[in-house]
Design a binder for this molecule. Structure first.
Ligand code: PMP
Length: 421
């Protein structure tokens, strides 16, 4: 009901038509500047552009090479031969699809091996993989079924949707602000249903560790202190941290907090270059989730080649620092260069948001960068708050110094052309 406009209802009234008007809804999005399109990736590093020919049966590889500075495949492992080989071997040995839910006949050695390694990397008793990070958040939060959720203002949409599906009362606290979290928890304790401070409710605090649009890191230790002082549970989303920090285990590992974080989740789809999501925690938690998380129970098991690829990528991320070192060198070169050029760059991680403010400026910069063969997306409201439109730049370990410099040159020129720097 939420997507239908009043006009649409008005037009339908009395006509006996109870159908839908997708074209009208699209037009409305258009009017509000919110319509989005699938953009054929004109360029992936190491691949030539795909000509934009919607009539072609096969992608046509032709045209000048464009450089992609927008992928979450931060370590470049999606293109790593060892990871590709692991996917192919798993496909051959186990099959391309799981064929059923894990609880029916879809459980395979490829899943079990990956889950063992993930549990080990996260310093947890057990792990469970889902078909995506999105399905993990929605399934885990709704299976925990908290009475009240305290959620960072910038948490990912899949967390928001998990809270909705759990029908939890959701209290949003200021971004990365443990004091505001403490104040909101205290307020809820004082004014909750029984107003006794302990109404027998279950409380879940939720935060990303690395935030995908601001590129900053949650202050996990003070958050743990607050959570513990109210006897609540903490769940941390390590989607953008898995494989990159804490020797590959994530920010929770880096901070030595695996004993104080009750639920660790993440995806296999970013630095691990594969597809799927995971949750790690105690034996009892995981056993409960595999019984109760509907996105696990009623969905086909993760494709075995994705599990095989993720396992090999996790091994590389844990055992081999070379990719990470290259990534951090590239991040430093890019951040420094952008700041020298006069841009404002937020955050402290591999995600480098170049904040220009105005939404039209951000989209114009996106466009100019593309004309310089650099692909880095403009991000505007409602994805980010008004006045903070930005280009989300994400370098990869596989970019060469020369490629980072090409990106910087494009930013300098485009910024001058548009009068932004
Ligand atoms: N959590 C966060 C913080 C994310 O950024 C994403 C992906 N954009 C997800 C969860 C969902 O993961 P997936 O893409 O594997 O569904």
């Amino acid at each position: 009901a939420s997507d239908a406009s009043l006009d649409e209802r008005e037009e339908r009234r009395g006509t006996g038509d109870r159908g839908f008007d997708p074209a009208g809804r699209l037009a409305e999005r258009d009017q509000r500047g919110l319509r989005r399109e699938l953009t054929p990736i004109a360029a992936v590093r190491g691949r030539s552009p795909i000509a934009d020919d919607p009539g072609a049966d096969e992608p046509v590889f032709d045209g000048p090479e464009q450089l992609l500075f927008a992928a979450n495949d931060y370590l470049g492992l999606a293109g790593d031969e060892r990871v590709q080989r692991a996917a192919a071997e798993t496909a051959r040995e186990v099959g391309t699809g799981a064929g059923a839910s894990r609880l029916v006949t879809g459980d395979t050695p490829a899943h079990r091996a990956l889950e063992r390694d993930l549990a080990d990397a996260k310093n947890a008793e057990r792990a469970l993989v889902f078909s995506s990070g999105y399905a993990t958040n929605v399934g885990v939060i709704s299976a925990l079924s908290p009475d009240v959720v305290f959620s960072d203002a910038l948490n990912h949409a899949s967390i928001v949707d998990g809270c909705r599906q759990a029908r939890a009362e959701t209290v949003v606290y200021d971004h990365c602000d443990p004091s505001d979290l403490r104040a909101k928890m205290a307020e809820r304790a004082a004014n909750g249903p029984a107003a006794t401070g302990d109404a027998g409710e279950s409380w879940l605090v939720l935060t990303d560790s690395v935030f995908s649009m601001d590129g900053d890191v949650a202050p996990l230790e003070p958050i743990c202190d607050v959570v513990e002082s109210f006897g609540a549970w903490l769940m941390v989303d390590e989607a953008h941290a898995t494989g990159l920090y804490g020797g590959g285990g994530g920010i929770v590992q880096r901070a030595g907090l695996s004993d104080r974080v009750h639920v660790q989740m993440g995806t296999l789809s970013k630095a691990l270059g594969s597809q799927g999501g995971y949750v790690a925690g105690s034996e009892a938690l995981i056993d409960h989730l595999l019984n109760a998380a509907r996105s696990f129970v009623f969905s086909t098991g993760l494709a075995p080649p994705a599990a095989g690829a993720a396992r090999e990528a996790l091994r590389i991320a844990r055992e081999d620092d070379a990719h990470r070192e290259r990534l951090w060198e590239n991040v430093a070169r890019l951040r420094d260069g952008l700041e020298d050029a006069g841009y404002e760059v937020w955050g402290e991680t591999q995600i480098c948001p170049v904040v220009v403010g105005d939404r039209d400026d951000a989209m114009a910069l996106d466009d100019r960068l593309r004309s310089h063969d650099i692909v880095a997306p403009g991000i505007r409201p409602p994805t980010v708050p008004e006045g903070t439109s930005r280009i989300r730049v994400a370098p990869m370990a596989t970019h060469t110094e020369d490629e980072i410099d090409r990106c910087l040159a494009a930013f300098r020129e485009a910024g001058r052309e548009l009068g932004l720097v």
